[in-house]
Design a protein around this ligand. Structure first.
Ligand code: HEC
Ligand code: HEC
Ligand code: HEC
Ligand code: HEC
Length: 209
């Protein structure tokens, strides 16, 4: 989304520069361009350099702007980072996900919890203002869910956390991630550990409802 916006702005800027540069007659450019390409076709070295430059620029754009976004999770309504909060600032997972061992839906913390800190920490940061907006209009933050189990599976955290299975075992390196990636759990993953830990394997009774 941001990339498209940036490209559109760039194109508009280029268009405006052309319009000003040709004193409101952009057609002039087409004639100039034609003689320019004619020159290049005559002179193959220029053609080579030009195509090399184009390839270089495309590679740069791809590696610096597109690839990091392909690899990250969905863009969330507030640019929240687990790496910053749970990693750098060492805030306990349970402080925010308090119901994880008590409820089938551990859930995402409500903005009240964010504002507990952010009423005094960087209160005027644009992302924190969004929190105030959700709080003032009493709208639940539309966080996008990222961890899924297939629909017919019933998962409950409680038994796992009582047996001290670490969050990382299932959720990966949350502490080191800015934007969590979409992940669907496969049954093989559950079964493998249940076999190893001699936990219940009678899946029709326990996991599937
Ligand atoms: C044994 C694997 C396992 C462990 C350990 C585990 N989780 Fe999960 N977690 C899951 C699965 C599977 C889901 C998806 C459940 C669903 O969609 O119903 C999930 C979902 C969640 C969700 C989203 C729930 C929602 O309401 O949308 C949160 C938040 C979460 N886990 C936090 C934690 C935290 C914090 C810990 C450590 C204290 C933890 N989990 C440990 C497997 C695990
Ligand atoms: C226990 C305190 C605490 C809680 C709770 C907390 N934060 Fe933060 N947050 C921080 C600290 C500390 C910083 C770093 C401030 C700085 O950069 O000076 C921060 C920074 C941020 C930033 C700015 C990141 C950046 O790019 O600079 C955002 C956005 C943010 N938090 C969102 C949230 C959201 C959303 C919640 C609720 C789910 C939340 N925070 C809950 C302490 C907290
Ligand atoms: C400052 C509050 C805060 C802390 C601390 C925190 N989380 Fe979160 N967590 C959130 C928010 C907000 C979201 C929703 C946005 C997102 O997915 O990044 C979330 C989402 C998640 C999800 C994805 C749930 C889903 O399916 O959408 C998991 C899993 C999770 N957290 C696990 C953890 C683990 C494990 C830790 C500790 C290492 C932790 N969280 C620490 C606030 C927090
Ligand atoms: C890293 C190991 C591990 C993983 C991964 C894991 N589990 Fe478990 N599971 C356990 C342990 C240990 C218990 C606790 C058994 C006990 O309390 O004796 C358990 C218990 C359960 C129970 C309760 C069984 C009963 O006796 O009633 C269910 C249901 C369950 N797990 C479902 C799942 C599902 C679904 C997944 C995959 C999303 C999963 N588990 C992934 C280790 C794991």
């Amino acid at each position: 989304m941001e990339i498209i916006l940036a490209l559109l702005t760039l194109l508009t800027l280029i268009f405006l520069v052309i319009l000003v540069g040709t004193k409101g007659n952009p057609l002039v450019l087409i004639y100039q361009f034609q003689s320019f390409t004619a020159q290049i076709v005559e002179n193959k070295i220029q053609l080579l350099i030009l195509s090399f430059l184009i390839i270089l620029i495309s590679l740069f754009v791809y590696f610096y702007y597109i690839m990091p976004n392909v690899d990250a999770g969905p863009i969330q309504p507030i640019a929240f980072s687990h790496r910053l909060h749970a990693g750098d600032k060492k805030i306990d997972c349970r402080f925010c996900h308090s119901y994880v061992d008590r409820s089938v839906h551990p859930g995402i913390p409500p903005v009240e919890k964010c504002l507990f800190c952010h009423n005094s920490i960087i209160p005027n940061h644009p992302e924190i203002r969004k929190e105030h907006h959700y709080f003032n209009t009493k709208t639940p933050t539309p966080w996008k869910k990222v961890f899924y189990v297939p629909e017919h599976v019933m998962f409950n955290h409680e038994r796992h956390i009582k047996k001290e299975v670490q969050c990382e075992t299932c959720h990966g390196d949350v502490k080191g991630t800015d934007r969590l990636k979409r992940h669907e759990f496969k049954m093989g993953f559950c079964i493998q550990c249940h076999k190893k830990e001699k936990a219940n394997l009678d899946c029709w009774l326990s996991c599937h409802n």
